[in-house]
Design a protein around this ligand. Structure first.
Ligand SMILES: NC(=O)c1ccc[n+]([C@@H]2O[C@H](COP(=O)([O-])OP(=O)(O)OC[C@H]3O[C@@H](n4cnc5c(N)ncnc54)[C@H](O)[C@@H]3O)[C@@H](O)[C@H]2O)c1
Length: 675
């Protein structure tokens, strides 16, 4: 009979044989709401056994009731007692223990994701997007760190939904960590099954860079949001290629993890922004960070203030403390013209607290979430229907509305509004309003390969960040394309906009060529001792890493938008080419079963070997996506693929022949009419 003594003896990497004190919860730090305890007696037993299996047997009697209480009151077992006391933040890399640089570098990234200044609900390991966690519980956090401390260049750490499965022999050119989150078997790949699996403690919702350990604070999303708003203005408001959003109005909702970037971005783009937010604590955070300039609870005042700035053609961002539906109703009733409109409530999880229904305060919705979930669902649906109605009226009056990748349109559809579908019945042909990727990010950025390249200066030195900013700028030719010009201006002014929260990090949209050039330059600087080691990566909201028909791949029109081959190939290809960290997740920003997305991290240690990884893996990471987009007949990707086939000695892309639309249309219509 195997005993717990045998088991403890069989492991050298394990949690310590002491029971930590329950840490104090710092007042004022946001806490995740109760996710709902819905599992039956048998499953509850399994959930407790699952959580206790991390912990030496002699503590089970004490911990079992504590974990049961967490499950009942929080809807999951976080193992709060195992959270290390005090402040968690990304420290300089040499402050971490480790047997290889990558092992230490990942600890910087993980801790940065859990920093009080960065994470949405740090005690619940949620980095952003309401439910996106680094791992499921604090036992996993501790164990992952212990593994990272001993990980060598000949091993790979396997992490499955936050659980460190173990270290396995590999080789120096293999990834040091392979990390998957929430991947479910087809017929179980839905919200209900996931909710059960999450309570059992076998599924982590990694979002993208939360479980992918590559979040760099709200800055990560500011550049993309800036690009989106500016290009929306260019496409729909007639703003010139070298002009900004001066004198133009953008309205949206949400000042949370990612949505918090909207206010800052619209100001950087030179425009006027009004952002509705129901949670005052988030408004306060963004205001203190200087990411939103004005706050008001009074809609008369909000619109008056906005008009003054529009007239003066000066940038400003205004937080409206209230519900977006109230704001839109006000705009409809008072004939306020909104030029650009979007929404960034967490509609990927509308019934789990992501969407606050009209008529409830944030506090009331939080209480109702645990006490009367059925009623909350009814109110959310009612509010979404009203929300849609207001958007439709405004669009009829000339507003350009776009879905901001938060599954707003899908949530409206789920609330019973079939009119939101193009075919009036189901979602197969998409929705009547475009998503920001379908209209803007997809064709103008992703199809060319432009995506959210980012880096973290692992030394923690601001000086390194400044040097890398300058180096990156020197790699961009602003006259090549308008995108390059925007990116050049972005990096030139990045320091001025004080974007850093947490580690010394930077985001800079770049295409394949740009990313490779900049990464090689950085690696050379590390080699020459000009800067300390760098972690490069990206978020998953990119050209090739994500299959997400309601978002990243919403401009894929050959039917393959429902396939997840590209994201899977991207992940596998990155692993094969030696990225330090490779990740693959279910859900991302749109919800379980609606996307598969992958990311990576690469530690630039200055070696020649890393130069080779940059040349092969970094260019594959982008060009795999461009090639697939070209095959789906996206014109800008075809253009980039033709150029690549002409110039590249190493890659060769299959390019689709153009088919005459009229030929196919006539043939098919004749055939169908005959029937
Ligand atoms: N910024 C981007 O580029 C981007 C890209 C893709 C997807 N998204 C999606 O946007 C959504 C928001 O992401 P996040 O990280 O900011 O989430 P979050 O949960 O941190 O923030 C959402 C905010 O909306 C507020 N809110 C909810 N209902 C409201 C209502 N009716 N009126 C006003 N405010 C309301 C919440 O209080 C919260 O602060 C997610 O679904 C995410 O996946 C964002």
């Amino acid at each position: 009979m195997i005993s717990n003594i045998n088991i403890a003896e069989a492991m050298t990497v394990k949690l310590e044989n002491i029971l930590p004190e329950m840490p104090e919860f710092v007042a004022g730090i946001r806490r995740a709401s109760n996710r709902g305890f819905t599992i039956n007696v048998k499953d509850t037993e399994v959930a407790l056994k699952n959580a206790l299996r991390y912990i030496p047997g002699k503590f089970h009697k004490t911990l079992a009731p504590e974990f049961l209480e967490e499950l009942k009151s929080r809807g999951r077992i976080y193992g709060y007692r195992f959270r290390p006391p005090g402040k968690i933040y990304g420290k300089p890399v040499d402050k971490y223990r480790g047997s290889c640089l990558a092992g230490k570098a990942f600890q910087v990234m993980i801790d940065n994701n859990l920093d009080f200044d960065i994470a949405l609900y740090p005690y619940e390991l949620v980095t952003y997007g309401e439910t996106g966690q680094v791992c499921q519980n604090w036992m996993q956090y501790r164990l992952i760190k212990k593994y990272l401390e001993v990980l060598t260049e000949d091993q790979t750490l396997v992490v499955e939904s936050g659980h460190p499965l173990g270290l396995f022999k590999s080789h120096p050119d293999a990834p040091r960590v392979i990390n998957t989150n929430g991947l479910m078997v087809g017929i179980f790949d839905n919200q209900e099954e996931w909710h059960r699996a999450m309570q059992l403690g076998v599924a982590n919702y990694g979002q993208m860079t939360a479980g992918g350990w590559m979040y760099i604070g709200p800055q990560g999303i500011v550049h993309g949001t800036f690009n989106t708003i500016l290009n929306a203005g260019r496409m729909k408001l007639g703003i010139g290629k070298d002009e900004d959003m001066q004198g133009h109005l953008f309205v949206s909702s949400g000042l949370g993890g990612m949505s918090g970037a909207q206010a800052k971005s619209v100001e950087i783009a030179g425009g006027v922004g009004i952002i509705a937010e129901v949670d005052y604590s988030r408004i306060k955070t963004r205001h203190e960070q200087g990411w939103v300039s004005k706050i008001s609870i009074d809609l008369d005042e909000v619109f008056k203030m906005a008009q003054e700035y529009l007239d003066r053609k000066e940038p400003v961002s205004i937080a409206y403390y209230g519900n977006i539906v109230d704001l839109l109703e006000y705009a409809v009733k008072n004939n306020m013209f909104i030029e650009l409109l979007s929404d960034q409530t967490s509609c990927h999880a509308p019934y789990d607290g992501g969407y606050c229904p009209q008529g409830l305060s944030f506090k009331e919705r939080t209480e109702m979430l645990s006490k009367d979930h059925d009623r909350l669902v009814k109110l959310v649906n009612q509010s979404l229907r009203k929300h849609f109605e207001m958007v439709r009226i405004l669009v009829d009056r000339g507003t350009y509305f776009f879905d901001y990748g938060n599954s707003f349109m899908k949530a409206v559809f789920d609330a019973g509004v079939t009119e939101i579908c193009k075919n009036g019945v189901d979602t197969h042909e998409g929705f009547i309003f475009p998503s920001y990727v379908e209209d803007i990010m997809g064709p103008l950025l992703f199809d060319y390969g432009y995506g959210p390249f980012r880096w973290v200066c692992l030394s923690g030195k601001h000086d390194d960040l400044e040097k890398t900013d300058h180096a990156a700028m020197s790699c961009i030719d602003p006259s090549r394309r308008s995108q390059d010009r925007d990116n050049y201006i972005w990096i030139r002014d990045a320091e001025k906009h004080s974007l850093v929260v947490g580690t010394q990090a930077r985001i800079l949209y770049q295409d394949a060529k740009g990313r490779v050039k900049i990464a090689l330059k950085f690696n050379e600087m590390v080699r020459n001792g000009e800067i300390g080691p760098i972690m490069i990566g990206r978020d998953h909201h990119d050209t090739g890493g994500t299959d997400s028909p309601f978002r990243e791949t919403s401009n894929i029109k050959d039917g393959s938008n429902i396939m997840a081959d590209m994201a899977t190939q991207c992940f596998a290809g990155n692993a094969a080419r030696g990225m330090s960290l490779v990740t693959l997740h279910n859900g991302g920003g749109v919800g379980i079963g609606k996307a598969i997305n992958g990311g990576f991290g690469l530690v630039l240690d200055g070696s020649r070997h890393v130069d080779e990884v940059i040349r092969s893996a970094l260019s594959w990471d982008v060009m795999g996506g461009v090639a697939r987009r070209a095959w789906a007949r996206c014109p800008n990707s075809i253009e980039v693929s033709i150029e690549s086939n002409k110039k590249s000695k190493d890659n060769h892309i299959t390019i689709p022949y153009i088919v005459d639309d009229a030929l196919v249309k006539n043939l098919v219509s004749k055939e169908f009419n005959r029937e």
